[in-house]
Write a protein that binds this ligand. Structure first.
Ligand SMILES: [Zn+2]
Length: 334
């Protein structure tokens, strides 16, 4: 069982997802944002248009139809010849050849399947509508689209693939950025499948980064690492102390700028992998009940059988590492 959670595995089925251009769509009244240059639905207004008594099935069909309608309108507004194609779990808008579009859909579908397999019963795929992937024909189109969201908590795109978490969360990339998109898709789908759990942020990121490394082994290739293990250990030793560790536990460390953020992801990756490796069954039980309000402290005692600070000790050595939620307000940066 050990190593199964984040272990390498081969996906059994290599078959193409069932693609269909004409998906039976329920009629929906669209509402559009007036502050965007390219068409983007007003998802708050769209939400209000959903009947109060809508069950999960109706809700899914409503958002899925709205998403498909949006992509039609967006395709018309874009300069090149964009088309939408769909698979069971994904909708894609791109100006690629039918063959290339099918390849993108297939790799997304395979990633979703592999992540679900890795997370097992922890995963819950109760999304509203299919996952949307936008693949722009040029970097100009991509930049024009993504820059619309700046000022909404979305940082300027540093890479060629992003997840835009505004309203109906969706992926965006462009023709030459698909390698980068793949890592973003794996990372964000992992978050989406765990979103139903009250996980502390460090564990959310720990899952996402570990799943990325196991599904895309090139990311974990030590030859590509920017720092040697001893250099990384020195950076950790310099950065973490009784104050900064509280930012890690509260989740604030994942939202600050600079070096701290990178070290927080790295620490989350290491301690999550450590706990999973130690006892996978106990780790799964831990992840099912770990709660952000105490960083998962109570759940750790109940399921792992040791306090969370032991995980930090294993990486950083002895120190004042216990989560102290009462200090979190004071510990978070201004
Ligand atoms: Zn993340």
């Amino acid at each position: 069982m050990l190593g199964l959670l984040f272990g390498k595995r081969t996906t059994a089925a290599q078959t193409a997802p069932d693609t269909h251009d004409t998906h039976a769509r329920m009629p929906v009244q669209m509402h559009w944002r007036s502050d965007m240059t390219l068409p983007v639905p007003d998802w708050y207004a769209m939400h209000d248009g959903l009947p109060d008594d809508a069950d999960d099935g109706l809700q899914y069909a409503y958002y899925d139809a709205a998403a498909a309608h949006w992509l039609d309108v967006l395709a018309d507004a874009l300069p090149a010849d964009y088309r939408q194609t769909g698979a069971t779990d994904f909708l894609l808008l791109s100006a690629q050849s039918a063959r290339d579009a099918a390849l993108v859909l297939r790799s997304c579908t395979q990633a979703l399947r592999a992540i679900k397999e890795s997370l097992g019963p922890l995963a819950c795929d109760s999304g509203n509508g299919r996952y949307i992937v936008l693949v722009f024909a040029s970097q100009d189109d991509y930049d024009a689209y993504v820059s619309q969201y700046q000022g909404e908590g979305e940082e300027a795109p540093m890479s060629s693939g992003v997840f835009i978490n505004a309203g109906y969360g969706h992926f965006a990339s462009w023709h030459d950025g698909l390698d980068e998109l793949e890592a973003v898709v794996v990372h964000e789908l992992t978050h989406a499948l765990l979103a139903h759990l009250p996980l502390p942020e460090w564990l959310h990121e720990g899952f996402a980064v570990n799943v990325e490394c196991s599904l895309l082994p090139r990311l974990a290739d030590p030859r590509l690492a920017l720092y040697r293990p001893d250099e990384m250990a020195a950076r950790h030793a310099d950065w973490w102390n009784a104050t900064t560790i509280q930012e890690f536990w509260s989740g604030a460390a994942f939202h600050t700028a600079g070096e701290g953020v990178e070290l927080a992801y790295e620490l989350a990756r290491e301690i999550t992998a450590l706990a999973a490796r130690e006892d996978e069954t106990a780790f799964r039980a831990f992840a099912a009940i770990a709660d952000g309000h105490d960083a998962g402290s109570a759940a750790a005692i109940d399921t792992l059988g040791y306090p969370l600070e032991h995980l930090i000790e294993a990486v950083l050595g002895e120190g004042d590492w216990a989560p102290r939620p009462d200090r979190w307000m004071a510990a978070s940066p201004a």
